[in-house]
Design a binder for this molecule. Structure first.
Ligand code: ATR
Length: 276
């Protein structure tokens, strides 16, 4: 069988997803294509998506700004995607569209693959910085994985409160987080602060970290953000954002093909691509 996959979003000309999925085809010996289908934000989405549906792709990814827009066009929504309110992966099964969200779970996979010991430390104090869409996905995935001690720090406190809802977790402001950041052995920066071209920005000034801290940033352009650089200087172990990209893709590929591609060396290859 020859699979046909793709990506919708805008702008996506520079997306790394086609490259990643082509690596997966090679690694699994599965035959298929992965192409980009850019939908201009000024175009009528309704018409564009109807034309796109006629192409009968076996599965596709959805990126900004359509992760929420796509939802009314789906026949079914997976529990995680529904909880997050955003979809990044769609499976076409006999003409029906099933929506998933692999971002948060992909992030957690990337983290556990680099730090497998975390799987036995589910009560570790985790600090999530930011409370946007990315945080919501990561928080939900961490809870689903069984992590029990999560704090969300955000400039706008209500957003953190609403992500936690009725579940376990604490909230604080970014200022409060700066004061007590050394108490968290795992810190995850979930906003776009520090992304190119504003590479000198950090969400907070990192003056201290826990002696065994893992500090993670979902931003991957640049590969090593100012926030990660600072964490490294302070002696923390760091976790790069581009690995989230790889593992959300792995999970999507799995949903589409029931096959899990091996990831060895892929992060190094992607690093080269991002730096080159
Ligand atoms: P996404 O869906 O891509 O995660 P988003 O929903 O716009 O993006 O969320 C952006 C997050 O980054 C929010 O938590 C936002 O804080 P507020 O909720 O207070 O707006 C945070 N953010 C963006 N710029 C920030 C900055 N300069 N300082 C602190 N937080 C910032």
């Amino acid at each position: 069988m020859m699979y046909k996959f793709g990506l919708i979003g805008y702008p996506i000309q520079h997306s790394l997803s086609p490259w990643i999925h082509r690596q997966f085809f090679e690694r699994t010996n599965i035959e298929g294509t992965y192409d980009i289908y850019e939908i201009d934000v000024h175009a009528p989405f309704d018409e564009k998506i109807a034309t796109f549906k006629e192409l009968q792709l076996d599965g596709f990814n959805v990126t900004a700004p359509y992760k929420e827009t796509i939802i009314p066009y789906l026949d079914e929504l997976d529990e995680q995607a529904s909880m997050i309110g955003a979809v990044n992966t769609v499976l076409n099964k006999n003409g029906k569209w099933y929506g998933f969200n692999t971002d948060g779970a992909g992030y957690v996979r990337s983290l556990l693959s680099k730090y497998p010991v975390l799987a036995n430390e589910k009560n570790k104090a985790i600090l999530l910085l930011g409370a946007g869409g990315a945080c919501k996905g990561i928080y939900n995935a961490l809870i689903k994985e069984g992590f029990t001690n999560i704090t969300i720090a955000n400039r706008t406190l209500e957003k953190a409160v609403s992500i936690i809802g009725q579940r376990n977790g604490k909230v604080m402001t970014i200022e409060e987080a700066s004061q007590c950041i050394h108490t968290f052995p795992l810190v995850i920066q979930t906003t776009s602060v520090g992304m190119k071209p504003y590479t000198d920005r950090t969400i907070l000034e990192l003056n201290e970290v826990h002696e065994k801290a893992i500090v993670s940033d979902i931003v991957y352009q640049p590969l090593e953000t100012a926030f990660l650089q600072r964490a490294k200087q302070l002696g923390a172990s760091i976790h790069f954002g581009h690995t989230m990209l790889l593992y959300q893709a792995q999970y999507a590929f799995e949903i589409w093909t029931n096959t899990t591609p091996k990831m060895e060396q892929l992060d190094a290859q992607l690093e080269k691509k991002l730096e080159g």
